[in-house]
Design a protein around this ligand. Structure first.
Ligand code: BES
Ligand code: MN
Ligand code: ZN
Length: 487
């Protein structure tokens, strides 16, 4: 999809669909200005006749026969400035999705204050994200396939904002593409291959460790999780280093369970479906570094993924096992389904040794987080409130919902104490997202500002909603990339 700025009075000959994003109570539809003559009058009349009030989320679709134009779609943005960016994303999705459905390949997207960089960015994000579908395994006739429009022209837009939005949207679609692949396609080995090809494409440094190396590096908590599967683990690191100005170094750690059966503490069937998505954190950090490199952001970014598959079997780790993590701490296993934190323990120790300025991990870590916050909000935990607030601000800007949860309850800290080791891996049902975060904290250098994002269930969309198609959401990708743009 090509998203361009176009000038007023441009050639309107080939436009097949006109999309109009309008603010509520904007007495004159100022965003229509770039339209000329008859077309302008036509759109004005359509809006007036349709008694369209531009309430947030309202849409009218008008079939027309006017030169090349086949449709006019008008979408309301409401009047709440707080949700303007999300409403622009949603409106752009609605316009572009309609264009795709109606086979219109050339779209004109008019909106208020298009020259604003952030407005332009949101329009491009919504356009790209809204046209996503994961249909590679569907046998479809050519005319059943969703085809995104080729050309989107936004009159008076900010070109830099459009470019940023396109890159951010494409990064999230890249995250979705990998996360949507099932466990028989994406294994730790093939995930590492994806990372390698991303590195080749963008000129990143990439290092992959195999099982032997993982053991040699004393990553025994991580290795314990991996050893029950006949798909061997891979420890993946990718680095983006900017050429000019560099403001510092961020480590992005993603949970990379290519499938989570629960291990010997096997999950019931209803809970095991969607567990191909247990690599969503890893996919999000890959998407984020892709955006960082394409935007040439001024931060060194190291992506760290301890990829594994959690399976039961003769060589699987057991409840009661005592493991020694890379940082020397011992862990009693009381539940093999609390595996993510074991892989992250070694990944976070490794990240801490690199002495980055900040560490963020993102993980589909606990069902408890989804029980607490629902399936559309991620949990945020931090050892540094200032840094936590920066991440919350980036999330707000991205339209991704994050909510801070506390980590200072001494009663909950007791839940991860073990009589025979330094820690147990599961703190039980109550405060399950918090005890998981407390467990992770034991593996992070306390002098490094660290944020943990629990995206369990937010990674997966059950029913299509706004610019989210069913399946992997790509949640977190844009928050991380936007944070790197803001910091
Ligand atoms: N991958 C799951 C968490 C999860 C649940 C992600 C639902 C997405 C949707 C994780 O490994 C897990 O199994 N967690 C357990 C922890 C418990 C055993 C302490 C859970 O949440 O039940
Ligand atoms: Mn699990
Ligand atoms: Zn898991």
């Amino acid at each position: 999809m090509n998203i361009n700025k176009c000038e007023k009075g441009f050639d309107q000959e080939s436009v097949q669909l006109i999309g109009i994003l309008a603010e509520e109570a904007a007495s004159e539809l100022l965003c229509l200005e770039p339209l000329a003559g008859e077309m302008l009058e036509f759109c004005r009349r359509a809006v007036i006749n349709g008694n369209f009030k531009a309430k947030a989320g309202s849409t009218i679709k008008i079939p027309v026969m006017h030169g090349s134009v086949k449709y006019v779609v008008v979408h309301g943005l409401g009047n709440d400035k707080n949700s303007l960016q999300e409403n622009i994303r949603e409106g752009s999705f609605m316009v572009l999705r309609t264009a795709a459905a109606k086979r219109c390949s050339s779209v004109l997207l008019c909106m208020p204050e298009a020259e604003d960089r952030i407005n332009s960015r949101s329009a491009a994000e919504g356009s790209v994200l809204g046209c996503y579908s994961f249909d590679k395994y569907l046998t479809q006739e050519e005319d059943e396939k969703l085809v995104s429009p080729e050309l989107v022209n936004v009159p008076g837009a900010d070109p830099a904002g459009l470019e940023e939005g396109k890159i951010l949207g494409e990064a999230q679609c890249y995250t979705r593409d990998i996360a949507n692949e099932p466990g028989n396609v994406i294994t730790p080995v093939t995930l590492a291959k994806k990372a390698e090809s991303l590195a080749r494409e963008l000129g990143l440094e990439c290092e992959i460790w195999d099982e032997e190396r993982i053991v040699k590096e004393k990553m025994c908590a991580y290795h314990a999780v991996a050893k029950g599967s006949s798909n061997p683990p891979r420890f993946i690191t990718l680095t983006w280093s900017p050429e000019g100005i560099c403001r510092g170094h961020v480590a992005l750690v993603g949970k990379g369970l290519t499938f989570d059966s629960g291990g010997l503490d096997i999950k019931p069937a209803d809970y095991m479906t969607t567990m191909k998505g247990d690599k969503s954190g890893a996919c999000a950090v890959l998407g984020a570094v892709k955006a960082a490199a394409r935007l040439k952001l001024p931060w060194k970014v190291t992506v760290i993924i301890a990829a594994a598959e959690n399976m039961p079997g003769g060589n699987a780790y057991r409840p009661d096992d005592i493991l020694r993590a890379r940082n020397g701490k011992t862990i009693e296993v009381n539940n093999t389904d609390a595996e993510g934190r074991l892989t992250l323990a070694d990944a976070l120790s490794f990240a801490s040794e690199l002495k980055p300025d900040k560490i963020i991990d993102i993980a589909t870590l606990t069902g408890a987080c989804a029980v607490a916050l629902g399936t559309n909000t991620g949990g945020l935990f931090t050892n540094n409130d200032l840094f936590g607030d920066e991440v919350l601000a980036a999330a707000k800007m991205s339209g991704e919902r994050l909510w801070k949860l506390p980590m200072d309850d001494p009663t909950l800290k007791k839940a991860i104490k073990s009589p025979v080791a330094d820690l147990v891996n599961s703190g039980g049902r109550y405060g399950g997202a918090i005890t998981a975060a407390m467990f992770l904290e034991a593996f992070v250098d306390k002098d490094i500002p660290w944020v943990h994002l629990d995206i369990a269930a937010a990674d997966f969309i059950k029913e299509q909603r706004s610019y989210y198609a069913k399946g992997a959401s790509g949640f977190g990708t844009r928050t991380l990339a936007t944070l790197l743009m803001m910091m």
